[in-house]
Write a protein that binds this ligand. Structure first.
Ligand code: URQ
Ligand code: ZN
Ligand code: ZN
Length: 584
């Protein structure tokens, strides 16, 4: 067992000395409200939330005065220890999840990506073997459907069973001659997901157009990283988003579109929502809000190639803010990282041919701080919506709610104490990734985690990283998520929703993206400390299933303390899956 960067601990029950923890004087932020409350944690579970708690002696106390106490982040999109395009990612499951925890993320969902013709179960077992002993936080798995046959359909059926615990499958409309499915097979796979009550996910790009454009660009002598974006511009992404939505609608299936990178893509999903029967979920990336495609024109190959991912960053420099606004307005529902890091030497495989540059960037560590900087410090998003898009919505979609994605009694003790005033500059020299480059290099951010608690263990302790290799566990994600397939009729327009209240996002005064101390204080004070304090669009209220028995605590509390009361007031601007009225 490894603690932090290489110290070995054996025969020590690492949890025993830290199994009771009180987070005092903070402001608890959930996706549907905020409340000034203390949080008591025992044996990895949140046992009490409120004021004047009765706490046993010997409990460690963290003072969270002036801090926000939020559910740990859930990154729904990582690639650790992935082999692709002749290279292997720099971040393995240890270093990748260590970086995640450093940035406030306490759950990741990685992708099993089988080779064409490979058994999905075999690939799943390989992924479990790579990850189980290494992860520093909990993790789940999506499985790629990279080829199609009746045997694949049978394996999907097995994978959604309790033995395997998979509830989402990713299909590729790009990477021709590798992972791409044609439309017929894509539709078969989407239908299979709907029949199994799993969630289909798509990588939406047009692989045929990309292949043809690549031939033409290379023939014209465009061989550098700038050719990557030119071979797959916004239109190529928008077309595929629309086609994926049509296929899902024909299959009468919900759909989750991963890594949406452009205004055209968001426009396409918005248009589809106006006509679609089932929910459509849109995920964007930290990379999309934190940087842009101007880097592809950098004269340094290393620099430009380090930004290559698919779909690419867009040269339109208004894209990052537009994507943040789409997240705030529920046109997009969540933000992942697509963390898929390659060292410089691996990116060099594409020197002389941009199509051979291994695709992928960092993001799992900086996802939360970058979004906070671009969205909350600019006044575009309030902290509740921040929690929704970085954590709670992923928990709901992938059926981990309310154990994950919520600070409430009986939820897992995955908690972040967020210091909205902590200032730092992102740099590869200080990041926890294994990779030698950071696409957010030099960015100044205000707001970062001070403490990160993973299953009740303090893994970031006043800024000091104390992760434990193997501390995380595999999370089985049951199919038939009530959020996706719930009994309630899916609503398509905000105004149709019985709880609809139009509330404008709260804005704070900013100078160059940095809130003034007065504005920040006002922003935090302004927010009501009741559950109605957020202007965020919230999803439908969930049945709080799977709650643990409070009495299983080793400490007997005389008075049961309820979790945050979120039932008194619910403000909904848009239903889950986004509103359909009006073009973005
Ligand atoms: O397509 C993806 O999600 C992975 C496999 C590679 N990363 C990327 O460029 N988006
Ligand atoms: Zn993809
Ligand atoms: Zn990916």
């Amino acid at each position: 067992m490894t603690v932090d960067a290489g110290k070995t601990v054996s025969g020590i029950n690492i949890k025993s000395s830290q199994n009771r923890l009180l987070i005092k004087n903070g402001r608890v932020v959930n996706d549907d409200g905020m409340e000034d409350a203390d949080v008591y944690i025992e044996d990895g579970i949140i046992k009490q939330v409120g004021r004047n708690l009765i706490i046993p002696g010997g409990t460690r106390t963290i003072d969270a005065t002036g801090k926000l106490v939020m559910p740990g982040g859930i990154d729904p999109h990582t690639h650790f220890e992935l082999e692709m395009m002749g290279a292997k990612t720099a971040d393995d499951f240890y270093k990748g999840t260590r970086a995640a925890v450093a940035g406030g993320t306490t759950t990741v969902i990685d992708f099993v990506l089988p080779d064409k013709g490979q058994s999905l179960i075999e690939a799943y077992n390989n992924w479990r073997q790579k990850a189980d002993g290494k992860v520093c936080c909990d993790y789940g798995l999506h499985v790629g459907v990279t080829w199609w046959s009746p045997s694949v359909r049978k394996e999907m059926e097995k994978l959604v069973s309790e033995d395997y615990g998979v509830n989402s499958f990713k299909m590729f409309m790009a990477y021709k001659d590798a992972w791409m499915l044609d439309d017929y097979n894509l539709m078969c796979a989407v239908e299979a997901c709907a029949e199994l009550k799993a969630l289909p996910q798509v990588h939406a790009e047009n692989g045929h157009i990309i292949a043809r454009n690549t031939e033409k660009l290379l023939a014209a002598g465009v061989t550098g990283p700038e050719g990557h974006e030119r071979s797959r511009d916004e239109e190529v992404e928008g077309e595929a988003v629309n086609r994926a939505c049509v296929i899902a609608n024909q299959a009468n299936s919900p759909l989750y579109i991963v890594h949406m990178m452009s205004k055209s893509a968001v426009r396409a999903i918005q248009q589809a929502r106006a006509r679609q029967r089932q929910p459509l979920y849109g995920e964007t990336l930290a990379a999309t809000v934190g940087t842009d495609g101007s880097h592809y024109r950098n004269a340094c190959f290393r620099h430009a190639a380090a930004h290559v991912l698919s779909p690419p960053l867009r040269p339109d420099r208004s894209t990052p803010q537009a994507i943040v606004e789409a997240l705030a307005d529920d046109h997009l529902q969540l933000i992942g990282s697509d963390n898929c890091t390659f060292h410089e030497k691996d990116k060099e495989l594409g020197k002389g041919n941009f199509a051979k540059i291994p695709n992928g960037v960092n993001g799992v560590e900086d996802r939360m701080a970058v979004l906070w900087q671009k969205a909350v410090n600019t006044g575009i998003m309030d902290p509740c919506r921040f929690v929704a898009v970085t954590s709670s919505t992923a928990a709901k979609i992938f059926n981990l709610w309310p154990a994950k994605g919520r600070v409430a009694v009986n939820s897992d003790a995955d908690v972040v104490v967020w210091d909205p005033r902590l200032e730092r500059t992102i740099t590869a020299a200080a990041h926890k990734h294994a990779v030698d480059f950071n696409i957010f290099e030099g960015q100044h951010v205000v707001g970062s985690p001070q403490y990160v608690i993973v299953n009740g263990r303090v893994c970031l302790d006043d800024g000091q990283l104390r992760v434990v290799e193997g501390h995380g566990k595999f999370l089985k994600t049951p199919v038939n998520s009530p959020y996706v397939y719930g009994g309630e009729e899916v609503l398509h327009s905000a105004s149709e929703h019985p709880l609809h209240v139009d509330v404008a996002p709260r804005h704070v005064s900013v100078t160059n993206g940095t809130p003034t101390p007065e504005a920040l204080n006002k922003h935090l004070e302004d927010m009501s400390v009741t559950s109605s304090g957020c202007s965020t669009p919230t999803g439908r209220k969930m049945r709080e299933t799977g709650q643990r028995n409070l009495q299983s605590s080793t400490f007997s509390i005389s008075k049961e303390v309820e979790g945050l009361d979120t039932k008194t007031s619910v403000r909904v601007r848009n239903p889950p899956g986004g509103k359909s009225s009006g073009l973005w």
